[in-house]
Design a protein around this ligand. Sequence first.
Ligand code: FAD
Ligand code: UDP
Length: 372
Amino acid sequence: MTKVTNLIVGCGLTGMVLAERLASIRQEDVLIIDRRDHIGGNIYDYKDKNNEITVHQYGPHVFHTNNRQVWEYLSRFTEWHRFMYRVKAVIDGIEVNIPFNLDSLHKVFPKQMAEKLESKLIEKFGFNKKVPILELRQSKDPDLEFLAEYVYQKVFLGYTVKQWGVKPEDLDPSVSGRIPVYISRDDRYFQDKYQGIPAEGYTAMADKIISHPLIKVRLKTDFREIREQIDCERLFFTGAIDEYFDYELGRLPYRSLDIVFKTYDKEYLQSGPQLNFPENYDYTRSVEYKYYLDEHSSRTILSYEYPCPYEEGKNERYYPIPEEKNQKLFDAYREKATRLKNVYFAGRLGDYKYYNMDQTVERALNLFEEVK
Ligand code: FAD
Ligand code: UDP
């Protein structure tokens, strides 16, 4: 029997931040286990075999937050490559800014029509306002109704059906609301105050977070196989909550991705780091990684994301699916969890929440305070 004060299941951002706090503030020993063969969870990145381009194994990750505490906390473990993310979607063969903004409007419509739509948008919603597509679709003005239908069809419908298997209106509005129509010329994908990518990559940042001597990490170790062999005072579980309870109440669904990487003997392939394909192809987006850290090479590496349902043993749980029936099932698991002593669930899988990285860090910092 191994004895530890804190056992953390999952060496993703949530588990690592909890470990760091417990070790450096409480001076307690921590064992982190992960069934994968590397640290970092889904933020794991590595240099390709020619050591030229940093690639994100689990899909593109750009850090962004308005939370100064989270930014300052992570800045203890990394320098940042400051970077404002810009994304284009290919609509009828034309690359337009996403979020769809006033410049996108002028790119796809004739001048007079674009000017009319622009004035109507400003009049109705105000300049510099963000309008979720599902809200824009409720417009009664025939011109705005036309515009809403256009953006819905060309930007959201195809992409969302590929990504989630359902239409935007059949998901929680917060999902399509992540990328609202922006009545502005701001062409940044995120408008957060702090944005960037760890200058040496996410894995190097992860390595620093868990470098405290009181933290031990055991990889290629599944909780289900060792749960009887470890005696701990506290357990933090950042894996899937339904799996923890052996699916007693049923399975929580997740979306997954088949991420295909391709190397090209070309300096650059795309006009920028990310292209979205709402209408064409079976993948949702392609990402050219050398743009992220401004790396130079005669080759280039891209990833293509093909969404699919999560299937145990076959692929990874990438996205909880924000729908009412899933939330109800999660709440039932959560209720069971509150009856356990000294067992805490957190993270994108433990909380079954569509967290961005900063929300994950915030959740871990708050949980640490609660436990304290
Ligand atoms: P994870 O990183 O999933 O870590 C959980 C860990 O637990 C995993 O390593 C897993 O192997 C391990 N585990 C699970 N069960 C067990 C078990 N039984 N035994 C042992 N180990 C176990 N956020 C942003 O802010 N910006 C972005 O640009 C962005 N892009 C994203 C793109 C994609 C494709 C995806 C999927 C997510 C993206 N995110 C992004 C979100 C970000 O990845 C998450 O917020 C964050 O990584 C979640 O950290 P976590 O620790 O909660 O979970
Ligand atoms: N979305 C879309 N078209 C786009 C970009 C986003 O329909 O060009 C919708 C889609 O439903 C997607 C959601 O907005 O799943 C959130 O997009 P985001 O880029 O935040 O997704 P993530 O990076 O988390 O996969």
